[in-house]
Write a protein that binds this ligand. Structure first.
Ligand code: NIG
Ligand code: FE
Length: 392
């Protein structure tokens, strides 16, 4: 295995509070890092770096852990430009738009779906994302959901079964029959490809009782729950996520004090994953990250990349929104987009840069990670290593 020394790093975010400045970011100034194959072998001050087989001069720029995008919907076809245009002329977002993408996705070939997935992954990687979760949910038949997950599972370990995105149009008059399908035959066909089970718990999608049945059946099949919760309105999603020890409650836009308390109590189990791209693209109120952080909840940031409510693959964009509009500091937002995402995926090998961690990192054309929010919209990610290999 050959080693590479990345030296002359202006500031290195390790997310290891035992290192550097002692904050959660474990920031080391004038740092170096050694990669050994696909793993981080050493981090510390450049002055005491060990020798390595090869070296790379960071020229004073910042290095951060690769982003962990723990929530996306990338197996789809078509786009929804017209719907976005209508929204920007005053129409409001509704879950019903999902049906447009379902029709396009069903009509696409496997090769088209995979090519579309890869195009978005490349786009995300160039912006520093080194791990992504993605979901089914635009097939809504046994065969179409299973093929979405099969295609996704060739490109990520973090695959989520979302047969319960909306009630399939084929079951418009029989929602209970659709829940039976999602918890029965469809689950059996999908579980082999997935790690997680998710449900859109919302008016117009699935209510609390349906969501509980779907998540419980998924858990019985070995999948770990995560929930689309409290996105468009107040509702039972967050409480259900906490009750079922879901890995994350995602969106968390409309929260009561009791919801915030529940997430704070469950900080070690259920991560509040905030998806500001969705509020941007639907002109909705921002999730209140400050309120969650002050209460003690664990917060992650993610793109929710999908053609309807949040068509961005850019974690830097989400960081900028979270800092500008959701009350997060640049440090908190960076942590949430890296270590927070790892927590939401129950991973300890990613989202941090310390010996033994996976060598997933991004080099920024900036002296520190703060520039991600300070210089919004500027493509600051100038190099990416994924499992120790230069990937962008
Ligand atoms: O996370 N909320 C449900 N699902 C997606 C939206 C999907 C769509 O509009 O196509 C979301 O925002
Ligand atoms: Fe989503």
């Amino acid at each position: 295995m050959s080693t590479t020394l990345i030296t002359n790093i202006g500031s290195l975010v390790t997310n290891d509070p035992a290192q550097g400045d002692g904050t959660p970011l474990g920031l080391i100034e004038d740092a170096a890092l050694v990669l050994d194959g696909d793993t981080v072998a050493w981090t510390g001050p450049a002055a005491s770096a060990p020798a390595a087989d090869a070296s790379f001069d960071a020229q004073g720029r910042a290095v951060i852990p690769g982003f962990v995008d723990s929530h996306s919907h990338l197996v789809f076809a078509g786009d929804r430009t017209a719907e976005f245009n209508a929204r920007m002329s005053g129409r409001s977002y509704s879950a019903g738009g999902i049906r447009t993408t379902v029709a396009a996705t069903r009509a696409a070939t496997d090769a088209e779906l995979e090519a579309n997935l890869l195009r978005h992954l490349d786009e995300a990687r160039r912006q520093g994302t080194t791990t992504f979760e993605t979901k089914s949910g635009y097939g809504l038949t046994v065969a179409d959901e299973a093929r979405a997950l099969r295609i996704a599972s060739a490109h990520t370990e973090e695959v989520t079964y979302l047969g319960a995105h909306i009630v399939s149009p084929d079951y418009a008059d029989d929602p209970a029959g659709y829940v039976d399908l999602v918890t029965g035959e469809m689950l059996a066909a999908c579980a082999p490809y997935a790690r997680w089970v998710d449900v859109f718990c919302e008016k117009g999608a699935f209510d609390g009782d349906q969501a509980r049945a779907i998540l419980t059946a998924g858990a019985a099949a070995g999948l770990i729950p995560r929930v689309h919760a409290n996105q468009l309105s107040y509702g039972p999603g967050v409480q259900l996520a906490v009750e079922l020890e879901a890995a994350s409650a995602d969106h968390c836009t409309h929260l009561t004090d009791a919801d915030v308390d529940a997430l704070a109590q469950a900080a070690g189990t259920t991560v509040a994953t905030l998806l500001p791209g969705a509020e941007f693209s639907t002109r909705a109120q921002w999730p209140d990250a400050r309120r969650l952080l002050d209460a003690g909840a664990t917060v992650a940031l993610s793109t929710d990349c999908n053609p309807g409510s949040s068509y961005t693959s850019s974690m830097p964009f989400c960081i900028a929104l979270a800092v500008r509009d959701m009350g997060m500091t640049p440090d908190e937002a960076l942590w949430a987009a890296t270590a927070g995402g790892a927590r939401a995926l129950r991973r300890t090998d990613i989202g941090r840069l310390a010996p033994g961690a996976r060598a997933d990192l991004a080099l920024l054309d900036a002296p520190s990670h703060v520039h991600l929010a300070y210089r919004p919209g500027v493509p600051l990610v100038s190099a990416v290593w994924q499992r120790g290999v230069r990937a962008a």
